[in-house]
Design a protein around this ligand. Structure first.
Ligand code: SF4
Length: 341
């Protein structure tokens, strides 16, 4: 009889413990694991003026154009837990004179590193050697076209021949030194003006011996602080989306109702973050206006920033609506990309 009572008692205690834990988990919006991925925007400057790029179209004014190495060191030392670092956002990363030092520091600390570049840059052989010997893991080259005519429709001021010649130089050097890294990927977004060049692009990529990835072209409708500035959606669809290769029309443009773009909660608030040139933090790469920042890693610890009211409130929109602290406004309130509760 006594053992029966003891068993019932310990089961009740366990149940209370579980209920307390689960209630705390649901209510405590700061009870979130640290993210493994970060994008570090080391420069808010670009040599091109691509059509749906907020920086290229001068839609926001950067606070600081170039991240210096000491700023990078400060923020890097606060995020040593991350495993994957993307050195990109809207600017051209190779215009930052400290980029190779930053990659070197990241590699020394065993991070996986990725750069996205337009690669339409006049550079000497030292530059290509630095890429090869930096131990950079992956280089994505954004080049939407296989001729100057189609390429420059989107990449205003870009030079297609220069991009191809740079890819060739880099790949040849890589072979010469028998280096595996970086993995070079030609990223080609398919739109109406380049859709007739897909086969030719495949031949060209094969002759350069690099990987080619076709992907969907987007019209800026996923940029919550900017999308209205890119004009009427119907006109953009008519002007830019492929007509023959309809498989390359993203699913978001095939629905009757555009928003929310995705039928799921926003993953970014729980799994990654963006560090801007001045150390400020954005919750995702869809936002770029400095006033939408969630905090600053120069002044705050990562823990304080990751659990601040802006993060807690924004997570609550997707998770449990249980945010009870002082009212804050965040860009996530206005954003229509993901499905809210
Ligand atoms: S809700 Fe929108 S603005 Fe907020 S983090 Fe997600 S995608 Fe970015």
């Amino acid at each position: 009889m006594i053992s029966h009572i003891k068993n019932a008692y310990s089961k009740a205690v366990e149940k209370i413990k579980y209920m307390t834990f689960s209630t705390r988990y649901k209510q405590n919006l700061s009870f979130i694991n640290y993210p493994e991925q970060v994008i570090i925007n080391t420069i808010d400057k670009c040599n091109l003026a691509c059509i749906f790029c907020p920086l290229g179209q001068k839609m926001y004014k950067p606070t600081i154009e170039t991240m210096d190495f000491s700023t990078f060191q400060i923020v890097f030392n606060k995020i040593l837990f991350v495993k994957w670092i993307g050195f990109f956002n809207w600017g051209e990363p190779f215009l930052n004179p400290h980029l190779f030092d930053m990659i070197w520091l990241a590699k020394k600390n065993h991070k996986h590193t990725v750069v996205h570049s337009n690669f339409s840059l006049q550079r000497n052989s030292l530059f290509f050697n630095k890429i090869i010997f930096s131990e950079l893991d992956e280089l994505n080259i954004s080049c939407n076209g296989a001729s100057q005519k189609s390429y420059e429709k989107y990449h205003i001021n870009g030079n297609f021949k220069l991009v191809v010649s740079n890819m060739k130089k880099l790949r040849n050097l890589q072979k010469k030194y028998k280096k595996e890294s970086p993995k070079i990927i030609w990223k080609f977004l398919v739109h109406r003006y380049n859709e007739h060049e897909l086969v030719y692009a495949q031949h060209l990529a094969k002759s350069l011996d690099i990987e080619l990835k076709f992907d969907f072209f987007r019209l800026g409708e996923d940029l919550p602080d900017m999308h209205r500035k890119f004009g009427n959606l119907k006109n953009k669809i008519k002007q830019w989306l492929p007509r023959k290769n309809i498989d390359f029309i993203h699913q978001v443009y095939r629905k009757n109702k555009l928003y929310p773009l995705f039928d799921k909660p926003c993953p970014f608030l729980f799994s990654m973050f963006i560090i801007n040139t001045d150390g400020s933090i954005f919750p995702c790469c869809y936002v770029s206006e400095p006033s939408t920042a969630f905090g600053n890693l120069i002044t705050d610890s990562f823990n304080k920033m990751w659990n601040n009211h802006m993060y807690q409130y924004s997570r609550s929109i997707f998770k449990n609506n249980n945010y009870r602290s002082p009212k804050v406004y965040t860009i996530c309130e206005k954003c229509k990309n993901y499905t809210k509760l």
